[in-house]
Write a protein that binds this ligand. Structure first.
Ligand code: FDA
Length: 321
């Protein structure tokens, strides 16, 4: 097998592991495996509790970054667990409230009710939006599988009618995204542009490619024209260079957002150069899917994981400081 084919095969295997409920339950229930893998996952996950996340957020805000905070979870089919998740986000808003405008709460709608029914998700979303608003904070809705796109768009439209502090994530890899962007152009809230993390067929999405990179930049042009708050959420150095060179990142409504633990060197450099930078901090015990997605996006991370399993680096989080 050629190296590229090997990488693609590894990425697909890791995405399958990410989705595998049996493997997840096995890891969660194992007294040996859970702590061992969590050591490695800590490169990308700020901790297991909101206190871990807020402590790191305060440190980062003091260094000029903004933050997004997420309690990881999705596809919850049990109503009681969705209420618990909503309550966790409410407590997170209270705990992070002192950071005000510098902090955003990010969430998957399928974590707070969409898998049960859309009305439950809507009720939870407006409750969170109202509480965030009272703290001067914003809520960002994450993008999930393409099959959930219409449900997510409908909920976003409904909540936007009352709460301008709620924004949405668009995935550049989906063929439908330009049309989706036209539909939401006049709503409120920040728009975050990501490439897309889920395993989708080529009828639905572009794979990682030059074509996807070009499409991402075209979408940024269209987003700039909306005048909305925009988050450029990528670690792709070529895209970032292009956007910096075009002067987009100097606009007051534009920011660059990266996931905690990925390219902190690059984010720190841009932060020091005075660009608006945001770090996405994910926490919680449900880190399985999130962790394996990060490995799938960049299979060489497997080497890093092996090294971290034996001797976890202790100072990597400080590479943003
Ligand atoms: P790409 O995957 O092409 O990577 C470009 C380069 O970045 C790589 O060559 C490597 O150098 C570096 N890199 C990328 N990933 C890495 C990793 N895991 N480890 C080490 N280096 C890595 N997706 C989604 O479907 N729904 C969502 O709601 C969100 N939300 C979200 C918020 C934020 C703030 C970010 C930054 C990303 C997301 N994503 C997401 C994930 C997103 O869709 C995408 O999978 C990742 O950002 C990786 O894609 P890049 O744009 O970095 O490009």
């Amino acid at each position: 097998m050629m190296e590229t084919e090997l990488r693609i095969a590894a990425a697909q295997a890791l995405k399958s592991i990410a989705r595998n409920e049996l493997i997840k339950q096995h890891i969660k229930g194992s007294e040996d495996l859970y702590p061992l893998l969590f050591h490695a996952a800590k490169r990308f996950i700020v901790g297991e509790t909101k206190e871990d996340a807020v402590t790191e957020a305060i440190e980062l805000v003091s260094r000029g970054y903004s933050v997004s905070l997420e309690c990881i979870g999705e596809n919850i089919g049990d109503e009681h667990q969705c209420v618990e998740a909503k309550n966790e986000f409410l407590e997170l808003i209270h705990a992070a409230g002192k950071l005000g405008q510098q902090s955003t709460i990010s969430l998957d709608l399928s974590h707070i009710g969409m898998t049960v029914n859309e009305e439950l998700a809507y009720q939870h979303l407006i409750e969170l939006a109202g509480e965030a608003d009272r703290h001067g904070m914003t809520i960002m809705i994450s993008a999930e599988e393409e099959s959930k796109k219409d449900g997510i768009a409908a909920l976003y439209k409904r909540v936007s009618e009352s709460y301008p502090n709620v924004g949405i994530t668009l995935q550049a890899y989906l063929h439908r995204t330009e049309v989706d962007l036209k539909a939401i152009k006049s709503y409120s809230g920040r728009i975050r542009l990501v490439k897309g993390a889920y395993q989708e067929s080529e009828e639905i999405a572009l794979p990682r490619s030059e074509q996807l990179r070009a499409k991402y930049i075209t979408l940024v042009e269209k987003l700039v024209a909306t005048g909305r708050e925009i988050s450029i959420a990528t670690h792709d150095e070529l895209i970032i260079e292009e956007i910096v060179q075009r002067g987009y990142l100097r606009k007051p409504n534009m920011e660059l957002e990266m996931l905690y633990g990925i390219r902190p060197d690059l984010l720190k450099k841009l932060n020091k150069e005075g660009y608006r930078t945001r770090v996405y901090l994910a926490y919680g015990k449900e880190w399985h899917l999130y962790f394996f997605h990060r490995l799938a996006e960049y299979p060489p991370n497997m080497y890093r994981v092996l090294a971290d399993l034996i001797e976890p680096e202790t100072d990597f989080r400080h590479s943003l400081y």
